[in-house]
Write a protein that binds this ligand. Structure first.
Ligand code: ZN
Ligand code: ZN
Ligand code: ZN
Length: 227
């Protein structure tokens, strides 16, 4: 459990503001060692507080700009940036710690965020709510065109999820899905295969025209004999 930067009181999971001294704790970006250097005012506004956000350079592979609301500590990432940041910040994870993942998932579920749709800071269209990764418990708000919104504290949570092997679990789930699809496709192919090919894998639609021709030839010969 992390502690308040000001009074060292324990900070409950996903809490931003210390309940003892009221200090706003920067729990999300504290996990990034290449921490921000300069902060610019952004044209984008926070979808929760409606205040102008600050642009922060995370200095990851050159320039890496994200936006942050100083009030609620929410973060906005351009498409793909969040994944890059997670991969760059949490490395060398080879095992899935299922117990830890369950705990992480349960912690987030307890927070039970009010289902509250927010607008994209760029185009102001209502964003989609979607699960981020298997059993992370984090539901992100996403504009397909402009990026992903994370509420304050959620990035720290995703770092923990990555450390517990959440991404590996996610990869496994994706591979399972692919294998399932392949199996389904194989089953459909078998069903479509003609019965008279004696085990040869020839598809119906490839064989049929020849069949018809042969049938017509035989019919023609029979007609010729009947004359
Ligand atoms: Zn405090
Ligand atoms: Zn805000
Ligand atoms: Zn948008």
């Amino acid at each position: 459990m992390s502690k308040c930067i000001s009074c060292s009181a324990p900070l409950p999971p996903n809490a931003i503001v210390c309940e003892y001294c009221g200090t706003r704790n920067d729990t999300d970006l504290a996990g990034i060692h290449t921490y921000t250097t300069h902060e610019l005012e952004s044209a984008r506004t926070c979808p929760r507080c409606n205040l102008a956000m600050k642009t922060i350079d995370l200095k990851l592979n050159g320039k890496f700009y994200i936006e942050r609301c100083q009030q609620c500590m929410g973060l906005f990432f351009d498409p793909g940036e969040l994944e890059v940041l997670l991969k760059a910040s949490v490395k060398n994870v080879f095992h899935i710690n299922r117990k830890k993942l369950d705990r992480i998932n349960a912690t987030m579920a307890k927070k039970s965020p009010s289902v509250n749709y927010v607008k994209c800071p760029e185009c102001h269209k209502i964003m989609n709510r979607m699960n981020f990764g298997s059993r992370s418990g984090v539901i992100v708000d996403r504009c397909t065109e402009h990026g992903v919104w994370l509420d304050g504290g959620e990035l720290r949570h995703l770092f923990e999820w990555m450390k517990a092997g959440g991404e590996i679990l996610d990869q496994e789930a994706r591979e399972k899905q692919i294998r399932k699809k392949e199996k389904e496709q194989m089953a459909t192919t078998k069903k479509d295969a003609p019965l008279h090919t004696g085990g040869l894998h020839i598809y119906d639609n490839e064989f049929a025209p020849g069949d018809t021709d042969l049938f017509q030839v035989v019919q023609g010969v029979v007609r010729w004999f009947m004359k």
